[in-house]
Design a protein around this ligand. Structure first.
Ligand code: NAP
Length: 254
């Protein structure tokens, strides 16, 4: 196997039915990886798995709610039973919330963001870790955001959750480096996915322009551009990298 290969690796992607997760699944499958997609969205997840398998890849879908520990347990059990030991877990499932200042965000919205974006990553990291400890190692890639490394006005609950994801990534990387388990985070700015299309649909023309042009490149990222970086992280070429964030933001945080 060459150093840039993912061929034969079993890669589990949460939130893999849509957007960044779906593009990552397609790219990694084209490069020879076997894919488990875990997602709440059963129809889109099954359709993507069908497409990958029709194109000669190997993929399975398992419905999961990452905010529920028991559901995550079933996901890992099913994935291992279907496609064998897992080499890489991509914790990508996530939600945002309507843009509002803190005083206008209700507690339920805050708790829901923490439940999916933090508890979900926590449960998946714990299950991945337990599996990888008995399996000689692995790599856990957490999808955070530029909102996880800087202020995100009107997105305080999301920003709090994404900062937590970076904290979990860094701490786990140091704790488990000697066990050959790596952890890295990916931090995109606005990317053209259903999540962002939904935000854009709620803005007037001026707001849409401001969002799209919020970085020095003056454009949205494409999901393929994020998937490319994630795919590289999945290869042995990234083998000396752990506990860090890959920032893909068109220069927003430069
Ligand atoms: P997306 O298109 O909305 O896809 C997210 C997927 O996750 C959907 O299929 C969604 O299912 C699923 N999901 C939501 N809650 C879940 C849960 N509790 N359990 C399992 N699956 C769940 O989003 P995306 O834009 O690709 O975002 C992917 C990740 O990148 C997220 O963590 C997001 O925060 C992060 N990110 C995105 C951007 C961006 O601009 N797009 C920027 C920075 C970071 P449903 O459709 O049924 O809800």
């Amino acid at each position: 196997m060459s150093d840039n290969s993912v061929a034969g690796k079993h890669i589990l992607i949460t939130g893999g039915a849509s957007g960044i997760g779906a593009e990552s699944a397609l790219l990694l499958s084209k490069r020879g990886a076997n894919i488990t997609i875990g997602d709440l969205n059963e129809p889109d997840g099954n359709a993507l798995v069908q497409r990958i398998n029709d194109e000669g890849g190997q993929a399975r879908f398992c419905k999961v709610d990452v905010s529920v520990s028991e559901s995550v347990e079933v996901l890992f059990r099913t994935a291992i039973s279907d496609l064998g030991n897992i080499d890489v877990v991509i914790n990508n499932a996530g939600i945002d919330h309507d843009p509002k200042f803190m005083l206008e965000i209700d507690d339920a919205t805050f708790h829901k963001n923490i439940a999916v974006n933090v508890n979900g990553v926590w449960y998946c990291m714990k299950h991945a870790l337990a599996h990888m400890m008995g399996n000689g190692g692995g790599h856990i890639i957490n999808i955070s955001s530029v909102a996880g490394i800087r202020a995100a006005p009107t997105l305080s609950a999301y920003s709090a959750a994404k900062h937590a994801v970076v904290g979990l990534t860094k701490t786990a990387a140091v704790e488990y480096a000697r066990h050959n388990i790596r952890f890295n985070a990916v931090c995109p700015s606005f990317v053209r996915t259903p999540m962002v299309e939904n935000v854009l649909s709620k803005l007037d023309e001026r707001g849409q322009k401001a969002l799209v042009r919020a970085n020095p490149m003056k454009r949205l990222g494409e999901p393929q551009e994020i998937a490319g970086a994630i795919a590289w992280l999945c290869t042995p070429e990234s083998s000396f990298m752990t506990g860090h964030t890959v920032v893909l933001d068109g220069g927003m945080t430069a």
